[in-house]
Design a protein around this ligand. Structure first.
Ligand SMILES: Nc1nc2c(c(=O)[nH]1)N[C@H]1C(S)=C(S)[C@@H](COP(=O)(O)OP(=O)(O)OC[C@H]3O[C@@H](n4cnc5c(=O)[nH]c(N)nc54)[C@H](O)[C@@H]3O)O[C@H]1N2
Ligand SMILES: Nc1nc2c(c(=O)[nH]1)N[C@H]1C(S)=C(S)[C@@H](COP(=O)(O)OP(=O)(O)OC[C@H]3O[C@@H](n4cnc5c(=O)[nH]c(N)nc54)[C@H](O)[C@@H]3O)O[C@H]1N2
Ligand SMILES: [Mo]
Length: 783
């Protein structure tokens, strides 16, 4: 074997830690660590990191903006040429726009929500950098919560009294499940494709290995999902092909059986919950004349009433784990499923029992459940962001609303939000023209602000829609720390290649802007990037030491490979275990200190789309709704198998899941046949919001009337507002909040129609479709 030692640079990505083989500024291969049992093919996307067709080589300014920087020319975004300029010119324009906006309109007119996953790496984390910078110049309007789990982040703390992420990372461990559970009911499945990813980095993928170990345990798995392969085949589970967005009805019916057949855990309910008596009249149909029984649920879910009844009985008789993926709350009234799963766990009395209760977000990312009881037991430092003097906060997925309807108040989590007029948008580390719903509407909203500044390594659809575009580096081009609170392995991230052409780190960009705006010292605190790494590491080591965990000195860590803290960490006690043992002594952080089956606080908000108890609400985008007569297929736009969101859509792992550069739309064979669609046909997917092209693939893995088009293809309309040639489902999805309570994203609620495309020769966009030109761009993972 060749000796590779010094050429291998350790790095960390949201899809795992790797060693990158690089030479003379080229990336030759990406190697998994031997201790990573199942390194993901996603790693190979890094081979496309330096693709000159996809990278932004130098700063660029939109032609109309360059001519008239103070004008209102936003309509030209995405259509006018991006003119290459010098860094000096670009920074001068950006600093002037920031200063002008502050002077004329005040800091709230700057939107710095800047949502997005950016890259792993603690110091060069784009969100930390942009927020620190904007706080240094007086702050900005920011966003709260995530696209991932907007509804859960509001409802779970209110009814379970735990921060959603805290609840999530205390999911029952696989060891406990193996020992204790007899039945695992997975709402939204337990999709291995999603466990490739762990936000902030991951030292080893072993979800598959851990799940395989369950396969021989005789545990019954139920996969409640429109898509069969959401549960790994080797678990030999039952597939319950539920009608999308009807899970709340199924959960209500399960609750109805538990209550009417007296299968509830009365002791747990009395000790650990409040509000059952306010929920029962609704559940039993006394308030609205409709008992939420199995027959009622069968009609909504298209599942068999007797099987639902039998499942409820089994759940009561055997130790049962309820898994609920995040997808269930990224839909209309998404709060209800998370509340109802919590209520089911309460009725069963299973919260806080080992291997049972509810796993929130099971299968949505790797370390939910699969990290066991060990995660760092000390604070992992990040770049301090300072204080934002602007107190304005908007729910993240309402971005188009605030741009289109400034000043128009709306409800959010029990208060009224009055969005300010936004004059300047600054985005670093996210791709709204990937992640937001109803992209044609976003295009209209995006035309409104006076200035839009973007830091971005790649020519994404968002980069193409900037006024001032500043080319950023990727982690392979800089030094960083791969440290996170969500994994037991830390890694030095040593620069593998020089920055691509004129790209700068976000830190360098903001430091230069801070200088120009007179806050250079406050932003950089006199430290170089390497001094910041040492500074953060010293803090990390101090925190670890206080918790009894030894980390090597910086020089040793920096020169080495990823380290594992696992053996030094204690097993965590889970909050719900403590609460169950002693509800009075270790109360939950709800108003009652208990699990709230009815919430007085939520009832007090008076929302018509989220009551004081969980409930079923009719949906607009739902098979069988009036709208489904025009658009008879339900589109699931789930997470892609071959990439993280839109990142490296041009990379080899992403391209491997496409067909001739097109995103693949899967649909049930009957739905395909009735439309004359065969495998590989080009199809037009459309509704009244937009249209896109995809390559069709009939598949038995999808239930009838459901189609699947994963997210992340680089949006490429053939003309403004027109047909998207890349297959980005967000031209079709609905841009409306889950409810007045959480205002989360509802990406999974979407009806469409599909037809064979006869329009001929629309080419996939060259940038998104181009494969890496890197001469050695296609090497497999080597271990
Ligand atoms: N239809 C539909 N839409 C969805 C979803 C869905 O289920 N269905 N899911 C939603 C969810 S859960 C999420 S989390 C969002 C994800 O949405 P995003 O997080 O916005 O998606 P990413 O593609 O990860 O975008 C990150 C961007 O940051 C850039 N980047 C990477 N590193 C750096 C860096 O160091 N500096 C800078 N300046 N930029 C960098 C990348 O090139 C990329 O363009 O999408 C949401 N959208
Ligand atoms: N490979 C890969 N993994 C990822 C990501 C990625 O981009 N790529 N992104 C990460 C991020 S940011 C997030 S937030 C998580 C998201 O994690 P999830 O929200 O769990 O992911 P999805 O893939 O959107 O949905 C999981 C499955 O739920 C099913 N589903 C959809 N609608 C319904 C419904 O109404 N009822 C039921 N019962 N099932 C339904 C779909 O069949 C889908 O495959 O994934 C993370 N993991
Ligand atoms: Mo997400």
């Amino acid at each position: 074997m060749r000796y590779l030692g010094p050429m291998l640079k350790p790095t960390s990505t949201h899809w795992g830690n790797y060693r990158v083989e690089a030479e003379n500024g080229r990336i030759l291969a990406v190697h998994g660590y031997p201790e990573d049992l199942d390194p993901t093919p996603l790693a190979q996307n890094l081979l496309a990191a330096l693709d000159p067709q996809a990278r932004v080589a130098q700063p660029a300014v939109r032609a109309g903006y360059l001519k008239n920087p103070e004008g209102r020319t936003g309509e030209g975004r995405g259509q006018e040429e991006m003119v290459p300029v010098s860094w000096d010119e670009a920074l001068k324009l950006a600093a002037a726009a920031l200063e002008r906006t502050r002077q004329r309109h005040g800091n709230p007119a700057i939107y710095g929500g800047s949502y997005g996953w950016a890259s792993a790496g603690r110091f060069h984390h784009a969100q930390s950098q942009i927020h620190r910078f904007l706080n240094c110049i007086g702050g900005c309007t920011r966003s709260v919560h995530s696209y991932s789990a907007g509804a859960a982040e509001v409802i779970v703390p209110r009814v379970l009294g735990m921060d959603f992420f805290q609840a999530m990372f205390q999911a029952p461990t696989l060891e406990d499940i193996a020992e204790q559970a007899r039945l695992v009911v997975c709402f939204g499945g337990l999709a291995l494709k999603n466990t490739q990813v762990m936000s902030g980095g991951l030292g080893g993928h072993d979800a598959r290995t851990q799940l395989r170990a369950l396969a021989s345990r005789g545990i019954r798995f139920v996969n409640v999902s429109p898509i069969r392969e959401d549960l790994p085949e080797f678990l030999a589970g039952e597939w319950w092909p539920i009608r999308p967005c009807s899970d709340a009805a199924l959960m209500l019916a399960l609750a109805h059986v538990l209550v009417t057949e007296e299968l509830c855990d009365r002791d747990f309910l009395a000790r650990c919950t409040v509000g059952l008596e306010q929920f029962l009249p609704y559940l039993l149909g006394e308030t609205d004349g409709q008992p939420k029984d199995c027959r009622w649920a069968a009609a909504l879910t298209e599942l068999d009433a007797e099987r639902i009844r039998a499942l409820a009985r089994s759940m009561a008789r055997q130790r049962t784990l309820i898994g609920i993926s995040w997808s269930l709350q990224r839909s209309e009234h998404g709060e209800q499923t998370y509340w109802l799963a919590t209520v089911l766990g309460a009725l069963l009395g299973s919260h806080g029992l080992p291997g049972a209760g509810v796993a929130y977000g099971y299968g949505s990312m790797h370390n939910i459940g699969f990290s066991g009881r060990r995660l760092p037991n000390f604070a992992v430092p990040a770049l301090p962001q300072g204080v934002n003097p602007v107190k304005q906060r908007i729910p993240v997925a309402r971005i188009a609303d605030i741009l289109l309807r400034p000043g128009q108040p709306f409800d959010f989590n029990g208060r009224r939000v009055q969005p300010p007029e936004i004059e300047l948008v600054y985005w670093a580390g996210g791709n709204p023209f990937h992640h937001h719903q109803d992209l044609n509407r976003l295009c209209r909203a995006w035309a409104k602000p006076q200035t839009i500044i973007i830091n971005e390594p790649f020519w994404t659809a968002t980069a193409q829609r900037a006024d001032i575009l500043l080319p950023a580096t990727t982690p392979l081009e800089r030094d960083d720390l791969g440290i996170t609170s969500y994994d037991c392995r830390f890694t030095p991230m040593r620069q593998a290649v020089p920055p691509f052409q004129e790209a700068w780190d976000d830190h360098a960009i903001f430091a230069a802007l801070a200088e120009r705006l007179g806050v250079g010292a406050a932003f950089a605190e006199g430290r170089s990037a390497m001094q910041w790494l040492r500074h953060l590491y010293a803090e990390l080591r101090g925190n670890a030491s206080a918790a009894g965990v030894r980390l090597p000195p910086f020089a040793q860590f920096w020169a080495g490979e990823q380290i594992s803290l696992r053996d030094q960490l204690p097993d965590r006690a889970f909050r719900l275990e403590e609460f169950r043992r002693d509800p009075e002594g270790a109360p939950l952080d709800t108003p009652s200190g208990k699990i709230e089956i009815h919430s007085q606080a939520i009832a007090g908000f008076g929302c018509d789309d989220c009551l004081g108890h969980p409930a079923w609400f009719p949906k607009q985008e739902f098979l069988g709704s009036p709208r489904s007569r025009r658009f008879p297929l339900h589109l699931v736009s789930n997470q892609p198998k071959g990439r993280l969101h839109s990142q490296y859509d041009h990379g080899p792992a992403s391209q491997a899941h496409k067909r001739a550069g097109r995103e693949v739309l899967r649909m049930n064979p009957e739905d395909a046949a009735s439309r004359g669609i065969r495998k590989g046909d080009l199809v037009r997917v459309f509704n009244d919001r937009g249209e896109c092209l995809a390559a069709a693939e009939p598949s038995d893995d999808l239930r009838p009337s459901v189609a699947e088009l994963p997210t992340g293809a680089w949006y490429a309309p053939v003309q403004p507002g027109g047909l998207d040639s890349s297959g980005n489902p967000n031209v079709l999805t609905r841009d409306a909040g889950t409810s007045k309570l959480a205002q989360g994203s509802t990406a999974h609620s979407c009806l469409v129609q599909v037809e064979r495309w006869s329009g001929g020769g629309v080419q996939p966009t060259p940038r998104a479709a181009s494969r890496s030109r890197n001469a050695v761009g296609e090497q497999p993972v080597q271990r």
